[in-house]
Design a protein around this ligand. Sequence first.
Ligand SMILES: Nc1ncnc2c1ncn2[C@@H]1O[C@H](COP(=O)(O)OP(=O)(O)OP(=O)(O)O)[C@@H](O)[C@H]1O
Length: 376
Amino acid sequence: MIELKNVTKTYPGQSFKAVDNLSMIMETGEITVLVGPSGCGKSTTIRLINGMIETTSGDVFIDGKNIKDTDPNRLRMNIGYVIQHIGLLPHLTIAQNIAIVPKLHGWDKGRIDKRVVELLELVGLDPGITKNKYPLQLSGGQMQRVGVARAMAVDPATMLMDEPFGAVDPITRRGLQDEFLRLQTVMKKTICFVTHDINEAVKMGDKIAIMNKGQIVQYDTPKNILSHPVNDFVQDFIGADRMVKKLNILLAEQIIYPIEKTLRINESELPRAFDLMREKGDYHVACYIDNAGRAVGLITKEMEKKLVGNFTIEGLKGLIADNQKAAVHHDTNLSDVFSQMLEHNSECVPVVRNDDIIGSAFFDDIRIFVNKEDDE
Ligand SMILES: Nc1ncnc2c1ncn2[C@@H]1O[C@H](COP(=O)(O)OP(=O)(O)OP(=O)(O)O)[C@@H](O)[C@H]1O
């Protein structure tokens, strides 16, 4: 856990406070994002946490220990630090760059070599190809990965990331974010992550602190911030498309209509499928089961419309198979579920977990759910 208690920083010669009486807790195992306009004090805060600069007043605690009581070099050796411009030393190979902190910790060569290979694999780089190259022989995205690998070298519990994916193109950036989030589900590190991009904040943060003029304006989960911006500053900062951003953080499983509630229709019942659905009072969706009783697809109300005047069993099976191609995983975000619906021209798609259909997701439910969440 990182705790800031009444932290203020005034740089020498400045009349204003770069960080102004900041108090906050960044929980263990979570990503806390600091976001805000240029000059609001994000980087200053991160530098205060690893002791690169000293507070004018107030205290920073890491896992309950005041950093003033820790030797600054030791403090920094035990915190992973990733910065926008990577900070790789150009005259050292990738392996040597990653080895810097393990060396300071006194690791032997065998242990370091093994760790370098492990880390490069972890961040998606081929160690055989990468480890003996020099930084300038890598692409921007590859360098960022090395930056992350280097920060994780001695497996620190705390990581500080200052615009870590800032210097790459949007597609590479999205890939790096996804991979880092995947790693974090396993690593569960305590991370302070700085960005000026609200979309990145919403995606990466368990919690987001929106900063302005050295102070926190709102500190909450992405969902709550998007649903309930506390004032016009936050409202403007998160932008007019906050509903779209919300779709990015809500998941298919949150709107799922479970398969247990759905009428089951077997092969012999297929010719009367739509009549049966109407009779049972659930005309929107039914589940098509094979001879073993396993759900293999959905039958939806829209399929009847598509087959009007031309109903055949083969035609219906074709539509069921097409709909199955639009299936989404239970943890797919609603924005991707929505795209899938548009791409497959379907208002209802199967939701799967480990290849089993566990329910269906409806376009209308996305709309209703997002609006309802907004009213809460
Ligand atoms: N070393 C320094 N000396 C004097 N003033 C500084 C120093 N570093 C930062 N500042 C000032 O402190 C304020 C906060 O800067 P900081 O870099 O923390 O903001 P930031 O939110 O990280 O901005 P950005 O997104 O542009 O990096 C700014 O007004 C900046 O000009």
